[in-house]
Every structure is written in C-alpha cells, then in structure tokens.
Design a protein around this ligand. Structure first.
Ligand code: FRU
Length: 478
C-alpha cells in the first residue's frame, strides 16, 4: 500500500470510528442488510467469490451522507450471514480516477482478483459534462490477495471509445468465455441514445469493441451498470436506463432497472432484444450487479436506493450520518421466460422465533421488530395487509392488481403497483427500515425503504374469499 492510500484509509477509519456512536443511535439502522459504516452508499461493485470468501464492494462516500467523492467500500463474508467490514479499499488517488472510483466489476483469473472500474475525472471550468469536460477512464486494478488494492493501470480512455459517444461510458462488467474476455460498458451517444458497448480481449489489457447493443427504438438516453450473463439457458442483459417516461403503472421511478432476454448472437448484429422488464416494482432499487458463485448460483445484489430523488422522497437516516443500503443477495432463475428472484437460502439461518397462523378471520398480530413473513394462499379474491401501520399491501383479483401504498413513514413515497393475474403467495423480509416483498415465488419484487416509529408494530391481514396460512419468523441481526 502506498503512503497516500495508507493516509486515506486511516482517514476513513477515523471517520468510521468517530461517527459509530451517532450512526448506531439510529433505530432505522438495518439489522440484516449491508449499509455504509458511515456516510453514503450506492451501487454494489466487484461482486465475486475469491479464496472461499464472497467479496462485496460498493460505491462509498464516507465523508457525507448525501454523497461526494466515490471510493469502493468492502465487505467480505463466507456465508452471507457473518460479514467483515474492511473499510474503504479502492480510492480515487490517481490522475485518471481523481474525481471518483466509479462502478465496476471483478473477474477472478489465475488466482487473482482483476477489478475493472471507471475512473471519473471532471475537468475544472465550465462544462456540461455530457459532451465535454469529463474523462471516463477504464481502469484495471489487480489484487493478488483480496486485501491490497493498489496495482492500478489505465487501460482505456475517451479516445478508445467509438467517436459518437458522449463523455458517458462507464461501469465495466467483465467475464470470460472460451478463453476470451468480454466487457460490457453502459453508454450515452451523441444522439442521446442509451446503449451498451461490447468489448473483447485476449489479455484483459488490450480491448477491441466488437458490438453495440441497443434497442430497436430509443429507450432512454443513458444505460448505466450493464451486466450480461446466461441463466438457465437464456442470455440476460441487465441495464439501468435513464430517461424513460412513466407509462401507467410502469417506469414510475426516476430511473429504471430491468432486463432484456437476448435472442441470437449478441456478439454480432444477429441478435434481438425481447421486451424490457422491470426487475423491481418498489421505490428503492437500482444498479444491480450479478456474479456466479462456486455453487453455480447466479446471485444478484442491488442498491436499495436511487440517485437524484431528493425532491421526490427522502431517507431520514441522513440525520444520523448515513444513507442507503444493499438488498439481500438474491438468487436468479428463469421461469416461463421470466427472471425470478428469491433471497439466497443462507438468509433462513437468521430465522429465530416463529409464529404460525391459519387465516380464518381477520388477522391482527403483534409481529417482531424484524421478520421474515411467508403468506401462502389457497384462495384469494381480495387481500389487504398492513405492515407496522405504515405500508399497505393489497391485491384485487378482479382488477388483477397488486399494490403497495404508504399510510405513513414513507417520507414522500406513495404507491406502486404491478399487474398480477393470481396471488398464490408472498414473502416479506422486513428490516427496521426496509421491505423486500417477493410475490408468487419471486416472479415480482417490491423493494422499498420505510420508516416506522418504534411503536408502529404489528401486522394486519384481511380479505375476501381468502384461505391460507401465515408463517412469521423473527429475524436475527447479522
Ligand atoms: C449508478 C452510477 C454509475 C456510476 C456510479 C457513480 O448509480 O451513476 O453509473 O458509475 O453510480 O457512483
């Protein structure tokens, strides 16, 4: 580690230590989700399994709960239950990344972690930062041991991207296939069309662009955080597009996050994107990334937050010096040509006390502070369920609509819906200030932050032509 890195790491350690007491005073500090030790968190980065440990990096701005210069924070875990905070590890400390070590990914190869990320450079002076004034550099950082992260190399810069790109090319995701390396990067071209650049390399140093993947008609001006992988025989392109207008109950967040199933050969022009599907229907989900673990699972982690939402809704945790969190790791599968998401099974290890309730009449139950609730339904024409007097979940079979709405504790959040022809089951992972709701075995997901007070407790459930059971487990803290 060089002297500058050592100094920044020390500084971040100091801030984490100094602020710990204040941050931990916050009742809304989550019990079983990863958060920044202090300050701001956004995208998950560099997800991988290396030497028997999961590595979860994230965009980390320790100096201010409202963001600022981005480093990579770093958690490690052997089991998705016990986590070690390793503090900040990838710093903005070079001329090619001095305004932020932006998002990227890791590929484990030849016993080393090869980390690719975007070195963000903003030129001082008057610029629009779209067409000029920004360096968007692709950087390779090699770590031999997963503990030291100083060996950085600039491998692509503005001139290496196609001429019709703006200064917005970023978030490299790298993988290996048939002894070649591939990289996708999100991009905005000079016609303001969001797209993905696909590169190929033999050595991870020299990259050639081999294709540009975009939708047949324009779908947003920028595609952030792309990911491309195969799951259950289908090629999936994840993107986080910006600049999409709401269409009824679809695309209601400021920016979206979803996927295309890609048919044909995306390495040539002989490919076709099916319809774009949103990954999550809630208020707080963006910039997910996936990796394959040694058990062959395709695991996704998302940012439980969104950028640029300050005027729409907020997170009162900033009063305690921190903001945002990551989702529970979710395992991906394909079912009926649809991506389904469910919490990794390790999460069940956090279950403690249990209550089992048959749904015979209206339910009004004192639930736990943090819980995992599974509702199985044999029949359901209508359902209303209230969580901690703050969030209502409702389903109407005639209207084929599932809705999440806030009565209080939303800090500006209102309601979101998804169309659903039948409600068979749903699972609610309720942490002190977050809800992740998995519907019909993970076919639809709603992720949202919510801010109940300590006396907002309990669960209510009622409905029409309703039969089934509820199982509620108390959840232990990480
Ligand atoms: C997505 C994003 C990425 C970028 C990073 C910067 O939230 O804007 O495109 O690399 O955040 O923190």
């Amino acid at each position: 580690m060089n002297a500058l890195n050592r100094d920044i790491k020390k500084l971040v350690n100091c801030i984490e230590k100094n602020e710990k007491e204040r941050v931990n005073k916050d009742y809304w500090r989550l019990k079983f989700h990863l958060m920044p030790p202090v300050g701001w968190l956004n995208d998950p980065n560099g997800l991988c399994e290396f030497n028997g440990e999961y590595h979860i990096f994230y965009q980390y701005s320790p100096f201010d709960a409202n963001g600022g210069i981005k480093f990579w924070g770093h958690y490690t875990s052997k089991d998705f239950i016990n986590y070690k905070n390793n503090g900040a590890e990838v710093f903005a400390d070079q001329p090619f990344d001095c305004h932020g070590a932006y998002s990227g990914s890791t590929i484990v190869h030849n016993g080393k972690m090869n980390i690719f990320y975007t070195g963000n450079v903003k030129h001082l002076g008057k610029h629009d930062y779209i067409s000029s004034g920004r360096g968007h550099n692709t950087v390779l950082l090699v770590s031999e041991d997963g503990k030291t992260f100083t060996n950085k190399k600039l491998i692509m810069t503005n001139d290496d991207y196609p001429k019709n790109m703006t200064c917005h090319v970023r978030d490299p995701k790298v993988w290996m296939e048939n002894n070649k390396f591939y990289m996708v990067q999100g991009a905005r071209d000079k016609d303001d069309i969001g797209q993905v650049l696909l590169f190929e390399s033999d050595d991870m140093i020299n990259w050639n662009i081999i294709n540009i993947i975009k939708s047949e008609s324009k779908f947003g001006y920028m595609w952030e955080c792309p990911d491309l992988f195969n799951v259950d025989g289908k090629n999936i392109l994840l993107i986080s597009p910006q600049g999409i207008d709401a269409e009824g109950i679809k695309y209601n967040n400021i920016y979206q996050s979803g996927y295309y199933i890609v048919d044909g050969d995306y390495k040539t022009n002989n490919y076709k994107l099916r319809d774009f599907e949103e990954l999550d229907r809630g208020f707080d989900f963006y910039a997910p990334q996936t990796f394959e673990d040694s058990k062959g699972r395709r695991i996704l982690i998302g940012w439980m937050g969104l950028p640029d939402i300050e005027d729409l809704y907020s997170n009162p945790t900033t009063d305690y010096g921190w903001q945002h969190a990551l989702t529970i790791p979710r395992e991906l599968k394909i079912k009926n040509n649809k991506l389904i998401q469910n919490p990794v099974e390790e999460i069940n290890m956090l279950r403690k006390d249990k209550k089992y309730i048959e749904i015979n009449s209206n339910i009004n139950e004192d639930a736990y502070d943090t819980f995992d609730m599974i509702v199985n339904l044999e029949k359901c024409d209508k359902l209303e369920s209230t969580i901690k007097n703050c969030v209502n979940l409702s389903y109407d079979r005639e209207q084929q609509l599932f809705t999440l709405s806030f009565t209080q504790g939303g800090y500006g959040r209102t309601n979101r819906s998804v169309s659903l022809d039948k409600l068979n089951n749903f699972r609610v992972l309720c942490d002190t200030s977050s809800l992740e709701i998995f519907i019909n075995n993970g076919e639809e997901v709603f992720t949202t932050r919510f801010y109940p007070t300590k006396d907002n407790v309990g669960i209510k459930l009622s409905g029409e032509n309703l039969k089934g059971s509820i199982c509620i487990y108390e959840m232990e803290a990480y």
